[in-house]
Design a protein around this ligand. Sequence first.
Ligand SMILES: Nc1ncnc2c1ncn2[C@@H]1O[C@H](COP(=O)(O)OP(=O)(O)OP(=O)(O)O)[C@@H](O)[C@H]1O
Ligand SMILES: [Mg+2]
Length: 230
Amino acid sequence: MAVIAFANSKGGSGKTTSALLLASELANTTPVTIIDADPRHPISTWAKMPGVPERLTVVTNASEKTILDEIEEAAARDPFVVIDLEGTASRLMSYAISQADLVIIPLKEQQQDALAAIDVIKEIHRDMKAVRREIPYAVLFTQSKVVAKSRTARFIAQQFRDNPRIDAFEVEIFERDAFAALFAVGGTVRSMAAGDVNNIDAALKNVENFTTEVIARLRANRDRQGREVA
Ligand SMILES: Nc1ncnc2c1ncn2[C@@H]1O[C@H](COP(=O)(O)OP(=O)(O)OP(=O)(O)O)[C@@H](O)[C@H]1O
Ligand SMILES: [Mg+2]
């Protein structure tokens, strides 16, 4: 069982999109619950459209009072629980982080997103103190330009990658039509027909690589924690 929370108090940093990409791809082979704790409930709206994977359960969060129970129930049922959090720091966010095996902090390569990501990292460290355990986390660059990154984008990404105390995903989630289209047409990248959107193969490869890195990180964290306990 693994609980993966997507958190960044900056709105529009790519939490909902990345969470849905991961949950749908995992659900291709394994039962997954995605908890929709974004107050606009975009994933619950998406789930009303056709093409929701059979192994994916969508739970709409009711309130901060219920989030811990929702996580517990989902984790008792499914090997993976993915949580899409709201775009503001809140008690709900801390509750979810306190239960996470991995917190993914999506950010665009922009100064405001970078500052918000640092705030989330500080919050995760406070939550670690509160629950007295290590909570692994990593930043994930999203909406990256496929061609010609700006100087600012390169600079921000490099600052995170060069910081030995902050873990960053090697994989970035690129800005792709397919990823934006999901919320308009429903279904998954895997279920989209090649003619529907541009470059579907590249989009799918991106999702596969992201999912593979998430699994590798969960495994590595588990191995490391196992060694520390032994
Ligand atoms: N990789 C991507 N490629 C193309 N469009 C994207 C990508 N990621 C996000 N978007 C678009 O950017 C907008 C914001 O993304 P998203 O809703 O995932 O962010 P969020 O962090 O969940 O925002 P909020 O804090 O408001 O919940 C959406 O319109 C989404 O379709
Ligand atoms: Mg969102």
